[in-house]
Design a protein around this ligand. Sequence first.
Ligand code: KIV
Ligand code: ZN
Length: 393
Amino acid sequence: MTMQSISTEDRVVIFDTTLRDGEQCPGASMTLEEKLQVAELLDHMGVDVIEAGFPVASDGDFAAVREIARRARSAVICGLARADIPDIDRCAEAIEPAKRGRIHTFIATSPLHIKHKLRMEPHEVLEAVTASVRHARSYTDDVEWSCEDGTRSEIDFLCRCVEAAILAGATTINIPDTVGYATPDEYRRLFETVRSRVPNSDRAVFSVHCHDDLGLAVANSLAGIAGGARQVECTINGIGERAGNASLEEVVMAIRTRCDAMPYVTGIESTMLMHASQLVSAVTSFPVQYNKAIVGRNAFAHESGIHQDGMLKNAQTYEIMTPESVGVSKSTLVMGKHSGRRAFREKLKELGYTFDEGTLEESFRLFKDLADRKKVVKDSEIEAVVAMATFSA
Ligand code: KIV
Ligand code: ZN
């Protein structure tokens, strides 16, 4: 895997919304203290923008955004606001202590949302875009505008809204796939089309925000980058509304591991990914699925004899990134019914045993017998098997 030369234009901004979109999913609410802990870690690991909450939603959200803004060291601290003056005022007050603060204001642009949810006319939406962005700009020169349900919006209307938002002062334009409906190819083309059709598009950074309803959030995010987006909105462990958002650790490691195919960089210290995953899982009480990419407990675990044999000869046979690169101390060879002699022998060595071939063979036979009845054989059980083999020898 060769590293191509990467220009600053290929720097992808990581916008973490664990504390806003992530916290919005049922059962994931966090206390102020927990949010401060998560924000500190995100800041430390190189997240560029932390969306710390939705200040108008509750006094608790307001207090959390304000305290995170006060404590942040290098990340931009962002608050979410609808396209309403009181929302934006409250958001501005919350981010006020930040060294660098951002207001993220949004309104839906799809016919479905405009008609049934907002009950507005399209021209009223367009006016609200200009008024909301302009108002947000009166507080900060870092304003992000999002077209909710962007991927189901009519392209002409979407382009007019994006142009109006940039004209009113938006510096980041986020086109969310709010309902996780887009395919990677469509999403990439959407960015290409909007960027080429909107005359002032070169004055803003474009951003992806993908939901995982069809399991495509990470693929869509990467496709959006290929289409010219340079900010990714994502969450630790992929938590978020319904099926969740694009997972930060997957986006970061996909870019890093496949930089030959995706020549971009992020500022994330990847060795902190496992710690971030465990912290978010602990504070939300959301378990991480065992086979979750990058941070699942099986992500660097091998059980089958063929794989264990390959791993013992050269880890690259079955691992495309090192466990250390994501903060896992080492790969594990799980001892189970699929394990072979080679891994068993290594396990005995690791446990401090040296044997003649006969005892080893008997130990292996007893181990296989036990493994057939159990999912995983623990070290203590291997020690018991060895004791039995030694006794019968
Ligand atoms: O999914 C979405 O559309 C959002 C916006 C508020 C950015 O979360
Ligand atoms: Zn969202």
